[in-house]
Write a protein that binds this ligand. Structure first.
Ligand code: SF4
Ligand code: SF4
Length: 276
């Protein structure tokens, strides 16, 4: 990299998201300045309205957000076509995000409840990760992503080597930083044993359980963890809910549909705000 110019071109794109992962890119501050010395930032509307000439190609595209509208679905195909390396950043882009709760509800009902003119709303019935639509080269999980993981990935791409994205659990990061296990030492429920490392085990370091914002690790044993959460006093309804957050679609596949069950309104009860 780059293939045919002196400096590689970086683009940062947004689909359906809260912008938090793009803010993590900006939070790199000093590193971002160094990066700007090595790469041309050709498109990054969260940071600047200035655009370098030409639509593409881009050596690296960072994509935040899930595919939630027909326009997103068309845009991501164009972004893929214009990008040599496509990296998805954050739980929205890698797993569908918190907005994937809609996958287990009725989008038409939500739209008619919230909007005076639901016919103006163009939304897909599901919120899906970018990888469901186009090939993705690398995925950085997290809500939001970790800046050190991002800098490590971009540095590796600049150096022409394979980025190293961990597939192991948050538990390993607790051991590495010397944090006592919150489940064993405090009896605090924690999703660390099934959650992908990368955040530095921030939550256990501050005495609270991991709630899975980095999504499932490689080959997580959710079936072994769930009974432990019950033994620590979590009722079944809370266990289902804890899997029904930022990575609901990814955890649901592993938890046998129980995350989806938590995302659905209880029988005879409508979602809050439905006016019933
Ligand atoms: S992953 Fe989290 S922080 Fe990043 S855009 Fe989605 S909601 Fe925001
Ligand atoms: S410990 Fe878990 S919930 Fe906390 S930041 Fe890390 S992955 Fe996210």
């Amino acid at each position: 990299m780059p293939a045919d110019s002196a400096r590689p071109r970086l683009a940062v794109w947004k689909l359906a998201s809260c912008d938090g992962c793009q803010l993590t890119v900006l939070d790199c501050q000093d590193e971002l300045l160094a990066l700007a010395g090595e790469m041309d930032i050709a498109h990054f509307t969260e940071a600047t309205s200035a655009e370098l000439p030409g639509p593409g190609p881009f050596d690296v595209s960072l994509v935040e957000g899930s595919v939630s509208t027909p326009a997103d679905a068309a845009r991501i195909k164009q972004i893929r076509a214009d990008s040599r390396t496509l990296v998805t950043i954050g739980a929205c882009a890698t797993a569908g995000g918190i907005q994937a709760l809609r996958n287990f509800g009725d989008v038409a009902e939500f739209a008619s409840t919230v909007y005076a003119r639901p016919d103006y709303i163009a939304a897909l019935a599901t919120s899906t990760p970018v990888s469901s639509h186009v090939p993705v080269d690398f995925e950085l999980p997290g809500c939001p992503i970790d800046k050190h993981e991002l800098i490590g990935l971009l540095s590796a791409l600049l150096a022409g080597r394979e980025p190293r994205i961990p597939g192991h659990s948050v538990c390993e990061q607790c051991k590495l930083r010397g944090t006592a296990c919150v489940m064993v030492a405090r009896g605090t429920p924690c999703l660390g044993p099934v959650t992908q490392a990368g955040c530095g085990a921030i939550c256990p370091a501050f005495g609270r359980g991991c709630y899975g914002c980095f999504g499932p690790m490689t080959a997580p044993n959710v079936g072994a963890l769930v009974p432990w959460l019950g033994r620590l006093g979590m009722p079944d309804s809370d266990i289902r809910r804890v899997f029904a957050t930022f990575n609901v679609a990814a955890f649901d596949r592993l938890a046998g549909g129980s995350a989806a069950a938590a995302a659905r309104p209880e029988p005879g009860r409508r979602h809050p705000g439905s006016g019933a």
